[in-house]
Design a protein around this ligand. Structure first.
Ligand code: DSN
Length: 423
């Protein structure tokens, strides 16, 4: 059952309580391989579910538009100080509601509508808010898109330089949602300097790896850094924008009053808790294990004949191209979900299929590493994935059901924060 227990929810609204309990069980029984998800600690859950949700606090510490900020001010200040200390930045804003609002704040701080902005194309691993056509950022700014190289699957840095010098974007994004390789922040910074652009690093996926020393940091290279707090960083659903002192005022003005109203104080407190957790020595061990698990899983998938974009991974994320397996990403992901292996279908670079049924699968190891799985489990995970992908092509539901049982059996021995088996 859910931990901490939710007795008042059961009394007040059994319908919702039942679904919350079922979701806790679902998360306990599933091998959760969605690259942007994790399990937060019970302490983060408690902070996120606290009475801080009752409070309005538009403004910043010491300059609010509502009274009664005696505790919210020090909570937000602590979250900011912890972010600055953990990432080694001069300024942090912890108020963005999530990743897309954080990125919009970056636009608001540095650009005027219609300005050119450069980012990795969405189907190549970028993010919607890096100027993709259906996003406000692609409609209200002039997007310039770089890609990955067809031969290496890695960001084409020659193209980044050529496009930046030709199109002179005012801001260049590095980072994205499906990048399995290390981001070369120093080279991006050099190109941004040559082009006279602001460099923005979106580290949402890798923030926890950076905090734990398992991926190089953009600090000292990027002018501004945005991140969500709930992926590898293992905090609540929220976000931060960090910058040099020079840009502090512009960033703060963009978040509030530029884009948002009152900050979600319960989230701010939970971010503060997560940042404290991420500063403990055990978190560096966790971050390294996330990467080791991804590398072990990638190696086991390669052994089974899977094509991986870029041929492997440097971080928590693997992008599989299923073209040679004769099945689309969507039916494969759906069969894997029925088999207790939760991931998402994803476009691969130069995909010939449609975004709603693309050729790829995206896999991440942040959540299973929190559960305590190690490199020794990854060949088993790859074998299950392979069995289910093959079964899906043959409509073989009995294999799918067998694997679901085996997954449940394995995970029963690995505790989940937020769940207790005790009645
Ligand atoms: N939706 C996130 C992801 O899954 O990567 C990015 O916004």
């Amino acid at each position: 059952m859910h931990e901490p227990a939710v007795p008042h929810l059961h009394d007040q609204d059994p319908e919702i309580a039942g679904m919350v309990e079922d979701e806790a069980r679902r998360q306990f029984e599933k091998l959760r391989l969605i690259a942007s998800e994790n399990y937060v600690s019970p302490a983060v859950l408690e902070a996120a579910g606290s009475v801080l949700t009752n409070k309005y606090s538009e403004g910043y510490a010491g300059k609010r538009y509502y009274e009664g900020q005696q505790l919210v001010d020090p909570i937000e200040t602590l979250a900011i100080d912890r972010a600055k200390e953990l990432f080694g930045v001069e300024h942090a804003n912890v108020q963005p509601y999530s990743g897309s609002p954080a990125n919009l704040a970056v636009y608001m701080a540095f650009l005027e509508p219609g300005d050119p902005v450069m980012g990795l194309s969405l189907p190549m691993g970028g993010h919607l808010t890096h100027g993709w056509s259906v996003s406000a950022t692609g409609k209200w700014f002039r997007p310039v898109r770089y890609e990955v190289r067809a031969d290496t699957g890695r960001v084409d840095m020659d193209q980044v330089r050529d496009l930046a010098l030709k199109e002179r974007p005012k801001l260049i994004w590095c980072g994205g949602t499906a990048i399995p390789r290390t981001i070369d922040f120093p080279v991006f910074a050099e190109i941004a300097r040559e082009a006279g652009a602001v460099l923005a690093a979106d580290i949402a996926h890798i923030a926890g790896l950076i905090a734990g020393g398992a991926h190089p940091s953009p600090v000292g290279h990027a002018d501004v850094i945005s991140t969500t707090t709930h992926k590898t960083l293992r905090g609540p659903r929220g976000a931060m924008v960090m910058s040099t002192a020079e840009h502090a005022k512009a960033v703060d003005k963009a978040v509030f009053p530029g884009l948002q109203g009152g900050p979600h104080n319960h989230t701010t407190a939970a971010i503060a808790v997560a940042l404290k957790e991420a500063s403990q020595p055990g978190f560096a061990t966790y971050a390294r294990q996330v990467v080791a698990n991804a590398k072990a899983l990638a190696a086991a998938l390669l052994d089974r004949g899977y094509d991986l974009i870029s041929g492997g991974t440097d971080n928590h994320l693997i992008l599989i191209d299923l073209t040679s397996k004769g099945i689309g990403g969507k039916p494969a992901a759906q069969a894997l979900d029925r088999a207790g292996i939760e991931l998402n279908y994803n476009a691969v670079p130069f995909d010939t299929r449609k975004p709603f049924d693309p050729s790829g699968l995206r896999v991440g190891t942040a959540a299973v590493t929190t559960r305590g799985l190690g490199e020794e489990h990854m060949p088993r995970v790859a074998a299950w994935m392979d069995e289910v992908v093959q079964a899906a092509s043959k409509q073989d539901e009995s294999t799918v059901e067998r694997v679901a049982g085996q997954v449940r059996e394995l995970l029963a021995d690995y505790p989940m924060p937020g769940w207790t088996s005790a009645p």
